[in-house]
Design a binder for this molecule. Structure first.
Ligand SMILES: [Zn+2]
Length: 300
């Protein structure tokens, strides 16, 4: 019998080690990297909890039960980012107002992020991370975030006023066929889903590439269908999503909300969202070192 050549044997071993487990190969060779950027916040303990929330997102992404290959880095300033910016498939922002605008080196951060967006990087903002103020934009309300994400919370802006209140809100997926809607059901919880979001200068209609992700009938005394999460698929191929929750840290325990957010991050990184949605263990909230798990009113 003819002996097998060493080259053939090495090809065979590559096939058996890698060919049979594509997801494992991906995990070893080609991780999907997500950068989680935590901005400043001065909300009461148990609310916002942006640093703990960032660490929780990192943990969940690296421990998804049915999606492999994700690695995440958390930074608390726009400096010392562990990987080259080109290594990241998506950026998640959590903080009070869009964190990039809150850093001392905001101009550098905005320029770097613009470069990442131009190559099709994803972008997600959660809760108040979707917010901008007058000082961040010109009088017409235009800002790069509008184009990167498809809309923003206009916090006391001259051109538009979005609204933040607490409700027992019922959250519904806007398009049940969209990958972000996989594996979670309409849910109701005490939250602060922002309404009257700013979507653009054309009578607040969505820009051409933007779409609704989730809606809620708000406010209770005069309900109309409000977009409380939205997204865009940009001409640069990048995907942006704004999700106006969670205000309360303990709402990360809500399976539907957590899956909705994790689905969105996976989708923004251009990876496949499983049919049943992203599955994760219930996180132990204390592990991520919040000031408090439960809401504690601020001392005046
Ligand atoms: Zn809030």
């Amino acid at each position: 019998m003819k002996t097998l050549s060493p080259i053939f044997l090495s090809l065979l071993s590559i096939f058996f080690f890698n060919g049979c487990s594509p997801s494992k190969e991906k995990a070893i060779n080609d991780p999907t990297r997500v950068l989680i950027v935590v901005g400043p916040s001065n909300h009461a303990p148990g609310t916002h909890e942006v640093a703990a929330g960032g660490r929780l997102i990192e943990y969940c992404l690296e421990n998804m039960e049915n999606v492999s290959g994700f690695e995440a880095d958390v930074v608390y300033e726009w400096a010392n980012i562990p990987q080259p910016l080109d290594a990241y498939a998506s950026i998640v922002f959590i903080g009070d107002n869009f964190p990039a605008e809150r850093f001392e080196n905001a101009d550098q951060a905005m320029e770097d992020i613009a470069g990442m967006m131009a190559r099709g990087c994803g972008l997600i903002c959660v809760h108040y991370g979707v917010g901008l103020q007058n000082e961040h934009m010109g009088p017409d309300g235009d800002h790069p975030l509008l184009h990167w994400m498809g809309g923003y919370f206009a916090a006391k802006c001259d051109h538009h006023q979005s609204i933040a209140r607490h409700y027992d809100a019922t959250i519904e997926a806007a398009d049940s066929e969209h990958p972000i809607a996989r594996g979670w059901n309409t849910f109701t919880l005490r939250e602060e889903p922002y309404i009257n979001i700013y979507f653009g200068p054309n009578d607040n209609q969505l820009l051409p590439n933007a779409f609704a992700v989730a809606t809620s009938m708000l406010p209770p005394e005069d309900p109309k269908r409000e977009m409380i999460a939205w997204g865009t698929e940009r001409p640069d191929t990048g995907r942006g999503i704004g999700i106006t929750m969670p205000h309360f840290y303990k709402n990360w325990l809500n399976e539907d909300l957590r899956r909705f957010i994790l689905n969105s991050i996976v989708w923004s990184a251009k990876q496949e969202v499983p049919e049943e949605g992203v599955q994760t263990q219930l996180p132990v909230l204390e592990t991520f070192e919040p000031e408090s798990v439960e809401f504690v009113p601020k001392k005046k």
